[in-house]
Structure formats: C-alpha cells, structure tokens
Design a protein around this ligand. Structure first.
Ligand code: DGL
Length: 276
C-alpha cells in the first residue's frame, strides 16, 4: 500500500463485502479502498453478540492503524451486533475524528419506498434477524410499514464454500423464501440483508412469487456514502484519491484471490494479515 494512503476501509466477515466494495468503487472511483475479509473466522452470522463485537472491533482497529479515516462495516451481522457499541464506546478511545458506518441504516432509510402493499421481507443471518435491527430502524423512517424477517443460516456457508451456484443450494434457497412468504402473502419487496446473498440472486429469483421485487444493498450503501461524504467535508477531505484498491484477508491469500473474483468481478492480489 502507498505510504500516506488514507483509504476507505471496507470490512466483512469474508467475501460478501466485496459486493458492496464493487458498488462503492463504481459510485466513487476516485478514492482508495482497503478491503479486509476475516475469512479465517467466517461466518459471523451464528456467533454470539460478544464474539462478533470482539472480532469487529479488532478489524476496525486494524483498518484505523493502516490509515483509514473511515471504515464501512460491509456486513449486516457486524453492523447489527457491533456498530453501535463501537461508535458509542470505543471510538472516543481510538480516534474520535475517525468514523465507522454500517449497512443497515442506509438500507432502512429507503426500504419503505419500494413497497406498495406496506409489507417488506428481510432475509439475513441469524445474528442480524435476532438483533431486530431492521425492524427498529425501519420503524424510525417508515412506521406504517410491516417488516417480516427470515434467518437463512445455510446461505453464507453455501457462498463461502462456493456451492451457491450448485444444485444443492436450491433446496435451502427455496426453503427460506417459502418460510418468509408464508409469513405474509402481501410482501412485495424483499431486501437481501446480508452482503453474501447477492451471489444467490439467480436462485432467489427462481423461487420468489411473481410480482415480488428483490433488492441487494451494494448500490444503496454506495449512494448513501456518497451523500454522507458530501455532507461531511471534514472526513471527505482526509481520504486519499489514488483510485487504488488493496485487499487483505485473515486466511490464505491464494484462496482469497481465487474466490474474490467471483464476488468482485475482477482478479485481485491480496495479502494475509492477522487480527489480534
Ligand atoms: N456478509 C455478512 C452479512 O452481511 C455475512 C455474515 C456472516 O459471516 O455470517 O451479514
């Protein structure tokens, strides 16, 4: 990484955040980005609150140490379980001039606009669903909208193990779509509230009832960050603008490089790092 680089840090438990990074770069190509995937400890979705918090805090500290003035938790599970504590309790002790943002609020801010029936569906990890973060955030912006949730614990392992486009994945995709739609026949907008799930989009589209729309978060988060930086020149002016993207993983770099291309659409050359 260039000396003096001040990239936007993008963190996920594994590969899923690459679906967000891709959209960030598309919307804001000038900045430098530093991606960190905690592949060695993924998935986070079934881990306890304390564990997700501890791992996420380690990742944020590492990205801050590498010079990121701003870190995006491109992971719903980390956003649901760690973001608030980091913002409220840890940031002041690390560097109060830096920022950590998540993916739930930007999605909740606009989700209600995409339903005509007033009923939306959220598909996420167990950690995200049991946190009720989407229900709480959506209530603030769209109190009249009804939110139905379904946890899909098998979906991230399918993606992390590169089985998402194989026939075996169909069973689990269908199972959770059916469980969600059985909760309410009126749902007309489904949000993929896990950054890994866009990889399953083809199969999801195969099993959703006709007329239902499905939304991924990448471009939503990118639009929201763009607006945030316009409103916060004090953060925006600290970001370096070399249009470089650096990739790091806590597991084998060769494996990351091979799989990342599937999520990111381009080949990457990552480095292995250790989080403590
Ligand atoms: N991409 C993460 C999310 O958005 C996956 C969580 C996991 O590691 O289980 O929640």
């Amino acid at each position: 990484m260039e000396l003096n680089a001040a990239p936007i840090g993008v963190f996920d438990s594994g590969y899923g955040g690459l679906t967000v990074l891709k959209e960030l770069e598309k919307a804001m190509p000038g900045y430098d980005y530093l991606y960190l995937g905690d592949n060695a400890r993924a998935p986070y979705g079934t881990r306890s609150f304390d564990t997700v918090y501890e791992y996420t805090l380690q990742a944020v500290k590492w990205l801050f140490d590498k010079g990121c003035p701003l870190v995006i938790l491109a992971c719903n599970t980390a956003s649901a379980r760690a973001l608030r504590s980091i913002q409220q309790n840890d940031l002041s002790g690390m560097d109060p001039s830096k920022r950590v943002l998540g993916v739930i609020r930007p999605t909740a801010e606009i989700a209600g606009k995409f339903t005509n029936t007033g009923s939306i569906g959220i598909l996420g990890t167990e950690g995200t669903v049991t946190s009720h973060s989407y229900i709480l955030e959506l209530q603030k912006f769209f109190p009249e909208v009804k939110v139905y949730q379904e946890a899909c614990p098998m979906w991230v392992p399918l993606v992390e193990n590169h089985e998402h486009d194989k026939p075996g994945a169909d069973y689990f995709v269908r199972q959770h779509i059916d469980r969600l739609t059985q909760q309410c026949a009126d749902i007309d907008a489904i949000f993929l509230a896990c950054t890994h799930y866009p990889l399953l989009l083809d199969k999801i589209m195969r099993y959703i009832p006709e007329g239902m729309q499905v939304f991924s978060q990448g471009s939503i988060v990118a639009d929201s960050l763009k607006q945030y930086l316009e409103r916060h020149p004090e953060i925006q002016s600290r970001l370096s603008t070399g249009s470089n993207c650096y990739f790091t993983t806590t597991d084998r770099a060769e494996t990351f490089d091979r799989q990342a291309a599937v999520f990111y659409g381009k080949s990457v050359a990552s480095h292995r790092i250790e989080l403590l």
